[in-house]
Design a binder for this molecule. Structure first.
Ligand SMILES: NC(=O)c1ccc[n+]([C@@H]2O[C@H](COP(=O)([O-])OP(=O)(O)OC[C@H]3O[C@@H](n4cnc5c(N)ncnc54)[C@H](OP(=O)(O)O)[C@@H]3O)[C@@H](O)[C@H]2O)c1
Length: 310
């Protein structure tokens, strides 16, 4: 099969199309014919991109761990997936990713592609929607009528967080660029603050939950707006290496979940959740997408169509 391999990483990443053996499913695994994969540029910095699970060096990784496609092969013992089933979901960070004709995953990490979404739209959902779901509802234990402050509410994760918190009955306040205030309110934010304007801590108080996608100084300034007993969750990439114990406690990494993908799919099909994707790109634009040199059209994820591979 054809795959795009990361032959050079930061600061000037280079992805090259190469021939690789088509993956074979182990017992309990499925192989997916990938149609579209979403780009997460920070993946270049993730530990599993440059290391194997046992800590050795990993070279020429295939990137892209959220995708949409069809099941092409089922391993021994797989009874709840069928060849040809259209699915969306994630695969293991340490496995070869979905910037390829085929990738391996597990049935419990994928779900039926939501009806009405193209493969490109569906590929933009799993990681951002599950990060928002797990951050708000599992780690953050958000309750209806609570006040949640979402930093970065016009980002790929933040847009799902705003919608999910609103659907859950919370009062949603979010920080965004001035040009995204209308968008954030249309997604369900009760209040949207320009993050370059008045500092949020001057106008926000008594927050039950901070959900942070920005990190650094924004997270440090957020502790003071919490109610006594209020909670903080951060997913920002730089939070993982923060020395502050509170930040390390607040940080988590999203996990794949079929159950949650099914719930997210139901909300999408009911029109209660929407995905916003920036641009669909051909595989020839993959290097630029990870390097940040591809012109962005709007908000949300860049998605690469892999249909031309093979
Ligand atoms: N831990 C996990 O499991 C996990 C999973 C997914 C993503 N992540 C991480 O989460 C972060 C966000 O990811 P994403 O995909 O949502 O990124 P994204 O689509 O690039 O969104 C980032 C958003 O943050 C906004 N922003 C920047 N500075 C801000 C500030 N000071 N205050 C408020 N908003 C600000 C940006 O607005 P402007 O563009 O208008 O400046 C943009 O809308 C990244 O660090 C990513 O690596 C972690």
């Amino acid at each position: 099969m054809k795959a795009l391999r990361l032959v050079r990483s930061v600061p000037e990443p280079l992805l090259v199309e190469e021939e690789m053996p088509r993956p074979q499913p182990q017992p309990g695994e499925v192989v997916v014919r990938v149609r579209a994969v979403a780009v997460t540029p920070t993946e270049l910095l993730w530990y599993p991109t440059s290391h194997t699970r046992d800590g050795g060096p990993r070279n020429a990784a295939v990137l892209g761990h959220e995708f949409s496609g069809e099941i092409a092969e089922c391993g021994e013992g797989v009874t709840d997936s069928a060849i040809g089933q259209e699915v969306y979901g994630m695969n293991d960070w340490f496995a070869e990713g979905a910037l390829a004709e085929y990738c391996v995953t597990r049935p419990e990490w994928i779900a039926n592609k939501p009806r009405g979404l193209s493969h490109e739209e569906a590929a933009s959902v799993p990681m951002s929607a599950l990060t928002a779901w797990q951050g708000l509802l599992e780690r953050g234990r958000l309750q209806p009528a609570e006040r949640v402050l979402i930093h970065g509410g016009a980002g790929a994760v933040g847009m799902f967080a705003v919608q999910l918190a609103h659907t859950h009955g919370a009062q949603v306040i979010t920080t965004v660029s001035a040009s995204d205030i209308v968008l954030a309110k249309s997604l369900g934010a009760d209040d949207a603050l320009d993050y370059r304007g008045t500092p949020f801590e001057d106008c926000v108080r008594e927050i039950d939950l901070v959900f942070d996608t920005v990190g650094g100084d924004i997270l440090r300034r957020s502790w003071q707006v919490l109610k006594p007993g209020g909670r903080s969750v951060t997913v920002a990439v730089d939070s993982e290496s923060e020395p502050d114990e509170r930040v390390r406690q607040a940080f988590f990494i999203v996990e794949p979940s079929r159950t949650q993908l099914v719930e997210v799919g139901k909300l999408i099909e009911a029109g209660k959740l929407q995905t916003v994707l920036d641009t669909v790109l051909p595989v020839s634009a993959a290097t630029g997408a990870y390097a940040g040199t591809v012109a962005r059209q709007g908000r949300g994820k860049l998605v690469i169509s892999t249909s031309q591979l093979g």
